[in-house]
Ligand binder design. Structure first.
Ligand SMILES: NC(=O)c1ccc[n+]([C@@H]2O[C@H](COP(=O)([O-])OP(=O)(O)OC[C@H]3O[C@@H](n4cnc5c(N)ncnc54)[C@H](O)[C@@H]3O)[C@@H](O)[C@H]2O)c1
Length: 383
């Protein structure tokens, strides 16, 4: 079958996300499957150039996967007309500069979240991309996860009646790094390196709430650095300068209240690492990454508060499982396919830099709310 090659610069491919989710689970899988069908009957074929700081590690990854193109010279890669797309999965703090250069070079840009470290920089990137006329997108993977797709299906089908509230619980214990290695990179715990759970997770909560439930109009947050000292990848002790927990209340359009806890200092007593409970007048749902369970008003029990008696109902057993009703592919891959079709076939791609900027705006508002001890309203960004 005829191929439509698309040259993609992949920066940050030695990292956790860049390697596993974007290179292996998305782009190499797309190649294994013969590319993405294009409108003209050809297959969109990702031609990959790996970019990073360490030539040895790039060479090793390239060899492992039968790739030949890699370089430590981003400017040279950007200057090459064979590349149409720049993708960034670097540490957050390195992103803005590289994306600016990519836009300047006329590349379409797709990037991990958060788009930049602050809202103004994010808006500026959106403005620059629009002025240059390049396609742009930000990873919003949670939207493509089976659990959240089922939740969206329930909303679209009117299952909830009037939605009242959302409660989200995200997190797990990230080891301090002394007696067991930390399972997240140490930059996440240093504010000066772009770390912090608010900047990491509020952009996710922003698009989940906005696109599945309703737009966010205000935030009240309390943040904490519960673990003040950690041990890094080289065994060195360092001071954690960034927040490792954020307790947020999000007011949504239509009077809906969402409360989401995010923490790297919590132990999991849940079915999944993130769960959202949505309560509506006609029914409720609990959605995780994969599963979604529901309770309709007609099957809602009538608990009576009596601490003198043991629990009278098997509450968890009273929920029904929402069926898959279709195949759910890797979330990152699904969004990559959409971005490739956006570039090649001009298919719509709503998860653009402006959407990414709104996520950073919420993170910044959350941090300000915590710092100043007050509720912060979210200004609408004019298009
Ligand atoms: N969508 C998601 O669910 C999700 C999950 C985790 C992380 N992320 C985002 O992905 C990005 C990478 O996170 P990660 O967990 O893969 O981090 P990581 O530390 O594993 O990888 C970071 C990458 O950036 C490179 N890098 C490190 N320091 C650098 C520097 N000073 N200058 C330039 N490059 C540098 C590294 O070589 C590596 O390739 C972050 O922006 C993070 O917010 C997204």
């Amino acid at each position: 079958m005829e191929r439509t090659p698309v040259g993609i610069i992949l920066n940050g491919v030695t990292g956790r996300m860049g390697y596993r989710q974007h290179l292996v689970r998305s782009l190499l899988t797309i190649r294994d499957q013969g590319g993405v069908p294009a409108r003209d009957g050809s297959r969109i074929w990702p031609e990959l150039t790996l970019v990073g700081r360490d030539a040895g590690r790039l060479a090793e990854i390239a060899e492992r996967h039968g790739l030949s193109a890699y370089t430590t010279d981003l400017d040279a890669a950007l200057a090459d007309d064979a590349h149409q797309i720049y993708f960034d999965a670097q540490v957050t703090a390195a992103r803005e500069k590289a994306i600016r250069a990519a836009i300047e070079a006329g590349k379409h840009v797709y990037t991990e979240k958060p788009l930049a470290e602050d809202f103004l920089a994010s808006l500026e990137l959106a403005r620059l991309a629009a002025a240059k006329g390049v396609r742009n997108g930000v990873v919003q993977d949670k939207l493509f996860l089976p659990g959240l797709r089922k939740l969206k299906r329930l909303v679209d089908g009117g299952f909830f009646g009037r939605i009242l509230s959302v409660r989200g619980e995200f997190g797990y214990w990230v080891f301090e790094g002394d007696w067991q290695a930390a399972q997240r990179p140490s930059w996440n715990y240093r504010a000066e390196d772009g770390g912090g759970i608010t900047l990491d997770m509020f952009p996710h909560w922003h698009y989940v709430l906005e696109q599945i439930i309703a737009p966010v109009t205000a935030v009240t947050a309390v943040t904490a650095t519960h673990i003040p000292e950690r041990v890094d990848e080289n065994g060195g002790h360092y001071r954690a300068t960034a927040d490792d927990a954020a307790y947020g209340i999000f007011e949504l359009a239509g009077g809906i209240v969402a409360q989401i806890n995010s923490s790297w200092a919590v132990r999991v007593h849940r079915d999944e690492l993130v769960e959202f409970q949505v309560d509506g007048t006609h029914g409720s749902a609990v959605a995780g990454l994969r599963d979604c369970r529901i309770q309709h008003r007609g099957t809602t029990p009538m608990p009576v508060w009596n601490p003198d008696l043991p629990v009278t109902e098997p509450f968890r057993a009273q929920w029904q499982t929402v069926p898959d009703n279709g195949e759910h592919d890797n979330a990152f891959k699904v969004q990559w396919e959409a971005f490739l079709r956006h570039v090649v076939d001009d298919e719509p791609f709503p998860w653009d830099f402006l959407a990414g900027a709104r996520g950073v705006q919420l993170a910044e508002a959350g941090l300000r709310s915590a710092r100043e001890g007050r509720r912060v309203t979210i200004e609408e960004i004019p298009r």
